[in-house]
Design a protein around this ligand. Structure first.
Ligand SMILES: Nc1ncnc2c1ncn2[C@@H]1O[C@H](COP(=O)(O)OP(=O)(O)OP(=O)(O)O)[C@@H](O)[C@H]1O
Ligand SMILES: [Mg+2]
Length: 522
């Protein structure tokens, strides 16, 4: 079916000339003037691309863009030659792309074709965003999907690594074959090996049956090794062998198994850094890093936030059957300014909760949770950072400054609390039979003995120290409390405790070996 282009008539000469070029290239076109009913035109023509021929700073242009602004429709603006900063205009207006005038007809048609194809790819993969960094990711996905080479996908938590991995698989010739993901940080070492490579019957106590590993299950398809930077050294050696020879042994097996699997690897922590600290072998690093994709954190592509917010509002209002008008400009600005440490995932979850909880059919500033509002950039003071070795881009600098301010506030808060209540950091001994309310009177950091005491009515948000506990007991009680607070979520608990997930698993395993288990584990 022919793609549809809606052309504005602000620059009539350009509009007529380009209209003819689009028609000659097989597109369906229509024109709209600033005086026409733009909404009716958009509804009637359902364009794939809107081409603004001029008047970019006029209210009519903003109105028209507002009608197509949830990101499904590509938008191209033609800029006057006097306009100096094209990128800034594109960002401010939320345009997919801009071209300086006079726009060459063939070049404009070719660019529009690419923009429409890119939008279709975004609809297909769910990877939203007009920011150049996301557009670059999409180009890479298109280039990398058809081949079988290993791809390393790097980016902070919630930036869309799994989304990208699925997109690569779905656009590859393997799309009809299995896509298998495994989180390398979520399993203790021996289990991870048997998950990846399978095991033979009787190879260890619980191995009552032969079991196929994920590599065998993914044969002819794709495997995603998530959090590959957390893989234990012995497993790394085995993985290296698979990458080099495409063959491995099941745990306890003697026959080599051959597989045809495309390997994708994802990591929150830059893998080069993991190599520098010796957590990842260098030969494995180079094997994994054949092709690579980096997903920027949301704070480095804030111009995409309005589009994401609108899309998520649309998605969740449909899902929860809540007719929703949208978001007030002041509320949207707060979301654009927030730091988003949890990236797109955090934004998506927040929008869902606001769509469900907002009392009116529009998100207002007061519907945004206080933490998000207060963490916004407006809190920032202008700070000069002396001696910066390289040029730091505005948003990156904002983030650095914000982190420094946060850190300073935390340190000040801690110091103040220590000065005010030195006794609060003392260890407080509590008799076994003390009821919860008494345990907490001090309000300070209190620790309690192991799992048994914990189950006997210890509050879930405090660790209570009792006479005779060793440091190991304290550690165990702390881990149990963290797990209780995170509802058994090991990843969050590890994060809360400031230790690696793998360290947490090792400790849990040690406790298991020493008898007993952690009660709140899920
Ligand atoms: N560019 C994007 N457009 C739309 N949705 C996105 C985008 N990036 C991420 N998301 C959404 O954010 C959520 C988190 O994405 P995903 O699971 O791919 O992140 P991740 O990088 O794998 O995170 P983690 O490291 O925590 O596993 C998902 O709901 C995903 O659909
Ligand atoms: Mg992930």
């Amino acid at each position: 079916m022919a793609h549809r282009i809606l052309i504005t008539m602000d620059d009539l000469e350009a509009a007529v000339r380009l209209n003819a070029a689009f028609e000659a290239a097989g597109y369906e076109t229509s024109m709209v003037s600033a005086q026409d009913d733009q909404k009716a035109a958009v509804l009637r023509d359902d364009p794939d691309l809107v081409l603004l021929t001029g008047g970019l700073h006029e209210p009519a242009a903003a109105r028209l863009l507002g009608l197509v602004r949830d990101g499904r429709v590509a938008t191209l603006g033609l800029l006057e030659p006097t306009e100096t900063d094209a990128t800034a205009v594109a960002h401010r207006m939320g345009l997919t792309a801009v071209l300086p005038k006079p726009a060459d007809a063939a070049e404009t048609v070719a660019l529009c074709r690419r923009l429409i194809e890119r939008k279709q790819l975004q609809e297909r993969t769910g990877i939203l965003g007009d920011h150049p960094a996301i557009q670059e990711v999409l180009i890479k996905i298109e280039q990398m999907a058809p081949v079988s080479s290993t791809v390393l996908i790097e980016g902070e938590s919630g930036t869309g690594k799994e989304l990208v991995a699925r997109a690569i698989h779905d656009l590859s010739p393997r799309r009809a074959r299995p896509f298998i993901a495994i989180n390398c940080a979520a399993l203790p070492e021996t289990l991870l090996e048997s998950e990846l490579f399978g095991h033979e019957k009787g190879s260890f106590t619980d191995a009552v049956e032969r079991r196929l590993g994920r590599f065998e299950l993914a044969d002819t398809g794709t495997i995603l090794l998530d959090e590959v930077g957390e893989m234990p050294p012995s497993t790394q050696v085995k993985l290296l062998r698979v990458l080099e020879e495409r063959e491995f042994f099941r745990v306890g097996g003697a026959t080599p198994i051959k597989v045809d699997v495309r390997v994708l690897a994802a990591t929150n922590r830059p893998l080069r850094e993991a190599m520098a600290t010796g957590d990842i072998r260098s030969d494995l690093y180079y094997r994994l890093n054949v092709l690579s994709i980096y997903l920027p954190p949301l704070r480095e592509r804030r111009s995409d936030i309005p589009l994401l917010v609108r899309r998520f509002i649309h998605e969740f209002s449909k899902l929860h059957d809540r007719p929703f008008r949208g978001i007030e400009p002041a509320a949207l600005q707060m979301l654009v300014d927030a730091p988003w440490p949890g990236n797109v995932r955090q934004l998506r979850n927040l929008v869902e909760s606001m769509v469900v909880l907002a009392p009116t059919s529009e998100i207002r500033p007061e519907d945004i949770p206080r933490e998000t509002r207060e963490q916004g950039r407006e809190r920032l003071l202008p700070v000069k950072v002396p001696g910066m070795a390289r040029e730091v881009a505005g948003q990156e600098l904002t983030y650095i400054v914000q982190s420094l301010l946060d850190l300073r506030l935390q340190v000040e808060d801690l110091r103040r609390r220590l000065e005010e209540h030195p006794q609060r950091v003392e260890v407080i001994e509590v008799p076994h039979e003390a009821p919860d309310s008494e345990v907490l009177v001090s309000g300070g950091p209190v620790v309690s003995r192991g799992a048994e005491a914990g189950r006997a009515g210890r509050p879930r948000d405090a660790v209570v120290y009792e006479t005779g506990m060793s440091m190991a007991d304290v550690e165990r009680a702390t881990i149990e409390t963290a797990l209780a607070q995170t509802g058994g979520n090991r990843r969050k608990a590890a994060e809360m405790l400031g230790i690696g997930e793998r360290t947490l698993y090792r400790k849990l395993k040690e406790y298991e070996a020493g008898g007993g288990s952690i009660s709140s584990l899920t």
